[in-house]
Design a protein around this ligand. Structure first.
Ligand SMILES: Cc1cc2nc3c(=O)[nH]c(=O)nc-3n(C[C@H](O)[C@H](O)[C@H](O)COP(=O)(O)OP(=O)(O)OC[C@H]3O[C@@H](n4cnc5c(N)ncnc54)[C@H](O)[C@@H]3O)c2cc1C
Ligand SMILES: NC(=O)c1ccc[n+]([C@@H]2O[C@H](COP(=O)([O-])OP(=O)(O)OC[C@H]3O[C@@H](n4cnc5c(N)ncnc54)[C@H](OP(=O)(O)O)[C@@H]3O)[C@@H](O)[C@H]2O)c1
Length: 448
């Protein structure tokens, strides 16, 4: 039987596994995951107040149970630290890298390292109870917050900061985080984009939600909505569906009459961050008013020279995620992805690396929703099976035996299900979907 290792049990790893197992009955898959819990950003990134989306986990779970004879989960094993990529290459006929993109992209402007300035990735991990978020603290005395970037992650951050804690109690945000959020002094949150309303990266449904938060008002700058000719043309392009929906939604949201008091979300366009101000702690962000340049559909932000400052006590940078290299694997340091052709990894000369594949955000970069990883995973699986042909050269069970001898203890899928059941049970008593165990040690302690 062909032996395939997939590094990372996030959505892309799960879709590659599914495609391999369905297409080839002679293929056995081992998913190696650094956390105890599977499903990557579905558990640790997707917003905790979007529980409907989290139900995709049922689909992933079915892959592990339906193919349990040929699909093995090894949680709590980190490739690159506990196990080397070369070890996997020795024990498996093919290896798939599905490690996602866990780091934040830097803005590259002055003041980024001031106290009170945080990558959105940190807040996302913290609020989702991801073990990586354990050490993070934020300044909850802040009254005015600036969020830089207008993707859906930025919208998630703004919404979770704006919502009253009472409306978050039925989510799976850990109790310890809710207690801290309840102390938040936030009054105003700015959601800042460098381009216009037609180019915004967020999507309609996520935008709409901002207009329906109890006690929260929205504010805009009317000047942002004077569309130039190129933007009007852009709205008519066949692939501008998202832009048209956003534009219509913004029109509706602008008509809502603001109620007094409570928190406010200020959505601003055409504002490029120039530098973050402060000596030790952030005091504000200097923005340059921008305008658009280029043909409809490809317009970029360029500066107008007009600058102003928005005072801020806390700043979140939400300008995208970034993959990190896996030791021993080729890496494109400009695009921050694993270089590949249709999922097969290639070296710096473009030559295919035998038996090494990549999928998901590590392959395409940090964009796309959960479902985007399915066709991507299928492409990788098909390239892998085509390259292996009918051949299998590695012994069944060789890797797990070797790990045992090395003293590495992994968490099986059934053990993860024990943790899962415990979280759900504890959550039910609190009226929420689950109460997450955050520390890996606590999960392992429960299993002991
Ligand atoms: C904050 C946020 C919210 C999102 N919300 C939504 C949403 O609501 N709806 C939607 O459709 N999409 C959403 N997305 C997009 C979606 O989460 C991604 O498309 C998807 O998670 C990418 O899958 P992936 O498997 O490539 O990466 P990941 O989900 O990051 O999975 C990678 C996995 O690899 C593991 N790993 C990493 N390094 C190693 C290693 N060295 N050894 C072993 N394991 C390793 C990680 O622990 C992780 O489990 C969101 C993304 C973010 C960032
Ligand atoms: N509910 C959901 O479905 C959901 C939730 C969260 C995430 N996701 C998905 O996950 C993926 C990642 O989301 P994301 O929000 O991290 O990334 P994203 O969608 O790529 O958005 C990045 C944002 O950062 C801005 N930006 C980049 N560099 C900048 C700079 N130097 N200065 C100012 N602004 C800058 C971008 O502006 P420009 O457009 O001008 O470059 C854009 O507004 C997306 O595909 C997203 O749809 C989905």
């Amino acid at each position: 039987m062909k032996q395939v290792a997939i590094i990372g049990a996030g959505p892309s790893g799960m879709y590659v596994a599914e495609a391999l197992l369905k297409r080839d009955p002679d293929c056995e898959v081992t998913l190696i995951e650094r956390l105890v819990s599977p499903y990557g950003l579905l558990r640790g990134g997707v917003a905790p107040d979007h529980q409907k989306m989290k139900s995709v986990g049922v689909y992933y779970e079915r892959i592990l149970t339906q193919f349990q004879d040929r699909c093995h989960y090894m949680g709590n094993v980190s490739v690159g630290t506990q196990v080397a990529l070369t070890d996997l290459q020795a024990w498996f006929d093919a290896v798939v890298i599905a490690t996602g993109a866990s780091e934040d992209r830097a803005l590259g402007i002055e003041g980024e390292s001031l106290a009170g300035v945080y990558p959105a990735t940190q807040f996302v991990s913290w609020v989702n109870g991801h073990p990586d978020g354990m050490g993070h603290t934020f300044d909850w005395t802040a009254r005015q917050v600036v969020v830089i970037g207008q993707g859906n992650v930025a919208v998630d951050v703004v919404r979770l900061l704006a919502k009253p804690v009472s409306s978050l109690r039925s989510t799976d945000i850990p109790e310890s985080r809710l207690a801290v959020l309840a102390t938040s002094q936030i009054e105003t949150i700015y959601l800042m984009g460098r381009r216009g309303p037609v180019q915004a990266a967020f999507t309609e449904l996520e935008l709409q939600e901002l207009g329906h938060i109890d006690g929260v008002t929205l504010g805009f700058n009317p000047l942002d909505f004077e569309l130039g000719e190129a933007c009007q043309t852009e709205l008519t392009l066949p692939d501008s569906n998202k832009a048209r929906k956003n534009w219509a939604t913004l029109g509706t949201l602008r008509q809502c009459s603001p109620s007094s008091g409570g928190r406010s979300i200020q959505i601003r366009f055409f504002e490029s961050p120039v530098r973050i101000l402060g000596t030790e702690h952030v005091t504000g962000v200097e923005f340059e008013r921008s305008m658009l340049d280029g043909p409809p559909g490809q317009q970029r932000a360029v500066g107008t020279g007009v600058r102003h400052v928005i005072p801020a006590d806390m700043v979140f940078k939400s300008v995208g995620y970034r993959s990190i290299p896996l030791p021993g694997c080729p890496f494109d340091t400009k695009r921050h992805v694993v270089p590949n052709v249709n999922g097969q990894v290639v070296d710096e000369n473009g030559v295919a690396v035998t038996g090494l594949f990549v999928a998901g955000w590590a392959k395409r970069g940090p964009s796309g929703v959960l479902g985007s990883n399915k066709p991507c995973g299928v492409q990788t699986a098909e390239a892998l099976l085509a390259s292996l042909g009918g051949e299998a050269s590695k012994p069944r069970g060789g890797f797990s035996q070797w790990l045992l001898e090395k003293g590495v203890k992994w968490v099986t899928f059934n053990q993860w299900k024990q943790v899962d059941a415990y979280e759900i049970q504890t959550g039910q008593a609190l009226g929420k979907p689950r109460e997450k165990l955050i520390a890996i040690q606590d999960m392992l302690g429960l299993l002991r």
